[in-house]
Design a binder for this molecule. Structure first.
Ligand code: ADP
Ligand code: SR1
Ligand code: MG
Length: 412
């Protein structure tokens, strides 16, 4: 079918032409509404009128950036990569990916399971919700997706084919290069002028901090050149939907084969934003403790699960049996995961800092209404981000990461 932009009427007739979807809804009358709150695409919920619990999600990419408008063209091919990533991740981490009912590269559309009993993590963290299984779930997701798409698991041929399949996601990789690693740290028309005006001293500090910016360049270079594993590419807390029993990862349109630490870093950065929000706004100490403990659990459990997967791996692109003495291999593996954690924290620093003045803020910081509190939160975010970016290579263990967050958020 030739590409056309759907709306809440045409999305229904589109769905009625898809056999699996017709089967799902039986003969029910349908209604649709647009529920997208993301930066890039349009998302419709389509429901049976008589039984609204019977619903599906239709997500379509349009040839521009939704949060800016038609004046910011962006190829809709990003949906091709989202479809490929959803399919790939569904194979290796099935319980964390919504069921797919239909995908169309021509229409830049995916039709998927409606996660009606799940909420976006970002809003839940603002609302001080506790999730006792989250660290376990997301660390499993991270260990599985990163290990099983890397040269530690795949054959050399499989790995190169994976790179071929994903690494022409050029436009979205470029968005990250620009908006995560560059524009937010310099004068640039895409930055949020209003936010800059409210905290000009911090903007001047960031834009002139050449030590910070040099280290950001090192991390940007890693992002552009290191092909470790298939990444989600935008794993912030708005890309996670969960309840107390289940965790889902949505929206992998930025997927590409990149550095191990990038997804972990995105998640940690957004957990830290939530922590700073509660430090400054609600001042709820119990919740702050839970957030820090969850960050610690995610990182510790990721390390253990990644190493367990490695221990049960036989041959791969990197290693063949009997190549190296067991004790040397153990030391190599330990240093390897330590390096992943260090890079994750470096990337977390970039991800934290880009949200201060860059085009796409996060509501838990940019949405703080009291101007003084917002400035305090932004300053805190940059203090942590700077420490993460400049010193990530010196981190020896996960406790040091938690100590840095605590030290940089002491309110006098
Ligand atoms: P974008 O690519 O524009 O960021 P997202 O994939 O993040 O779009 O989706 C935008 C919003 O749509 C999400 O924040 C969520 O509220 C809703 N959404 C997306 N997928 C689902 C789903 N499978 N079930 C329920 N809601 C969803
Ligand atoms: C123009 S940048 C928009 C941002 O939204 C996405 O969620 C990514 O984080 C991207 O950087
Ligand atoms: Mg999104």
């Amino acid at each position: 079918m030739q590409y056309k932009i759907l709306d809440k009427t045409s999305v229904i007739s589109y769905l009625l032409g898809i056999e699996d979807v017709v089967k799902f809804f039986e003969d029910d009358d349908l209604e649709a509404s647009e529920i997208g709150d993301g930066n890039l695409n349009f998302v419709y919920i389509v429901s049976s009128k008589k039984d609204p619990s019977k619903s599906l999600i239709v997500k379509q990419a349009v040839p521009y950036l939704r949060c800016v408008g038609e004046e910011f063209p962006l190829g809709r091919q990003r949906m091709t990569y989202e479809i490929r990533a959803l399919e790939q991740f569904k194979q290796i981490a099935p319980s964390f990916i919504p069921n797919l009912y239909h995908t169309s590269e021509e229409m830049s559309v995916v039709v998927m399971q409606y996660l009606g009993d799940h909420q976006i993590l970002r809003y839940d963290l603002i609302d001080k919700k506790y999730f006792s299984n989250f660290a376990d779930h997301i660390s499993t997701y991270l260990a599985n997706t990163l290990f099983l798409t890397s040269s530690l698991h795949l054959s050399s041929k499989e790995k190169r084919e994976l790179i071929d399949k994903f690494n022409s996601n050029t436009e979205l990789c470029k968005l990250t290069e620009d908006f995560v690693f560059t524009f937010a740290f310099m004068q640039n028309e895409t930055n949020n002028i209003e936010t800059i005006k409210q905290n000009q001293p911090l903007a001047n500090q960031i834009f002139n901090d050449n030590e910070f910016k040099t280290k950001v360049l090192e991390l940007k270079y890693k992002f552009m050149t290191q092909n470790d594993a298939l990444l989600h590419g935008d794993l912030h807390t708005g890309s996670i939907m969960l309840n107390s029993d289940e965790t889902y990862v949505i929206d992998p349109e930025f997927a590409f084969v990149g550095p191990f630490g990038f997804d972990i870093g995105a998640l940690i950065a957004n957990m830290v934003s939530a922590y700073v929000h509660h430090k400054i706004v609600t001042k709820d100490q119990e919740y702050q403790i839970w957030l820090l403990q969850t960050i610690k659990d995610i990182l510790n459990q990721f390390e253990t699960k990644f190493l367990d997967l490695w221990d049960s791996q036989k041959n791969s692109a990197l290693l063949v049996d009997n190549y190296i003495d067991k004790d040397y291999l153990k030391e190599y593996q330990k240093a390897f995961v330590k390096n992943i954690i260090q890079d994750s924290i470096g990337f977390a620093g970039c991800k934290l800092a880009r949200r201060i003045f860059g085009v796409a803020g996060v509501i838990e910081i940019r949405g703080i209404e009291d101007k003084e509190l917002k400035i305090q939160a932004q300053n805190m975010i940059f203090d942590i981000a700077k420490q993460f970016v400049i010193y990530h290579n010196n981190i020896n263990n996960i406790d040091e990461i938690i100590s840095t967050i605590k030290d940089k958020t002491i309110v006098l």
